[in-house]
Design a protein around this ligand. Structure first.
Ligand code: TXA
Ligand code: MG
Length: 317
């Protein structure tokens, strides 16, 4: 049973306990989880029925807290001053010691941060104290919810609670601006117009017009790709290969990362990006020929894990 609640404090308590809570913002309802808890973040994907891992936006009570988790630039500070709280998401490089789970950021070196303009969301975020990862609170492929009733219609029984925050004023997702590269790139138009942004910081390139644009939300996600080649559904492992294990590890490799000893998909999802980074780095140091991945079942979160592994194994340019 999903509870409809009215207390931001109670919602923060559920988040601290690793549960999923939907909450209203000025744009749309978000499906929140503790961004530093990989298994809670994995639960977001289960609840949404999302077949792949998109990076998630981290929500904060204020800019000062947000900027502890990323490396702010002068442009970011200027825009935050002007538009936060508000429907603007900034993509910046992660701070060196950033504790946000790799799954929340889909293994990327950047993190999307925003401060929503809604009193209940801000109460919740202040009470919680850290980053809350939240995609829109809809089932995958369905429309974004702008009332608590919309959320319940799609996610009843799949999440712990919905914080009833009334109807969303903007009703359209936040604008996403990438400030992690040499010049600003618009990744998604939204609640703050490009003209408003350009009035503050000058010309902004559109993602589709920039060849160096690393990432476009949703579609052209070029996630972190390991440098070592990846071999899927391995039934055996060569001694010069690193092993991504799921369940009892195949014998023969000296370099093993265990995703989940007891084949728990949620645990495996939470550890996936960390595993790929680690195997890639350590494997290269030891001169490994590649990474062999043991089979992962194609149901539930296994679909998203396999989607990511397929991309990691796809031929490179
Ligand atoms: O208004 C909003 O932004 C709402 C409310 C809940 O805050 N959230 C929202 O989240 O729309 P979602 O997950 O539906 O869309 C977030 C978009 C995704 O398309 C994702 O690819 C992009 O943000 N994104 C997140 N982190 C990113 C990153 N590090 N680099 C590039 N794009 C990123
Ligand atoms: Mg969405």
């Amino acid at each position: 049973m999903t509870k409809l609640i009215a207390s931001p404090k109670c919602a923060a308590g559920l988040l601290k306990a690793g549960k999923l809570v939907a909450f209203g913002t000025e744009t749309v309802y978000g499906l929140g989880a503790d961004a530093c808890n990989g298994e809670a973040v994995a639960g977001i994907y289960t609840a949404k029925g999302r077949p792949s891992f998109n990076p998630l936006i981290c929500h904060f009570a204020d800019g000062e807290t947000a900027f502890r988790y990323v490396t702010p630039t002068p442009l970011a500070e200027k825009l935050a001053q002007k538009f936060w709280p508000g429907p603007l998401t900034l993509v910046l490089n992660r701070a060196p010691d950033c504790p946000v789970s790799q799954l929340a950021g889909a293994g990327l070196p950047t993190l999307a941060v925003r401060v929503p303009d809604h009193p209940m969301a801000l109460d919740l975020l202040r009470e919680f104290g850290g980053p809350v990862a939240a995609p829109s609170a809809n089932r995958s492929g369905r429309i974004s919810p702008t009332t608590a009733a919309h959320v319940l219609a799609q996610l009843e029984g799949r999440i712990a609670a919905v914080l009833d925050s009334g109807p969303c004023a903007v009703g359209l997702e936040s604008t996403i601006l990438d400030l992690s590269g040499p010049s600003p790139v618009l990744l998604r138009p939204g609640g703050v117009s490009v003209e408003q942004l350009e009035a503050e910081i000058g010309p902004i390139a559109r993602a589709e017009a920039v060849s160096h644009a690393p990432v476009a939300p949703g579609m052209l996600l070029s996630h972190y790709a390991p440098r070592l080649p990846v071999r899927l559904n391995a039934a055996s492992v060569d001694e010069d290969e690193a092993l991504l294990a799921f369940g009892p590890p195949l014998p023969g490799s000296a370099l093993v990362f265990q995703l989940s000893e007891h084949k728990n998909l949620r645990e495996a999802a939470a550890r996936l990006f960390e595993a790929l980074h680690w195997l890639d780095e350590e494997g290269q140091k030891l001169g490994a020929a590649g990474i062999a991945a043991q089979p992962i079942p194609a149901h539930g979160l296994g679909l998203a894990i396999n989607d990511r592994l397929n991309r990691a194994a796809a031929p490179r340019d």
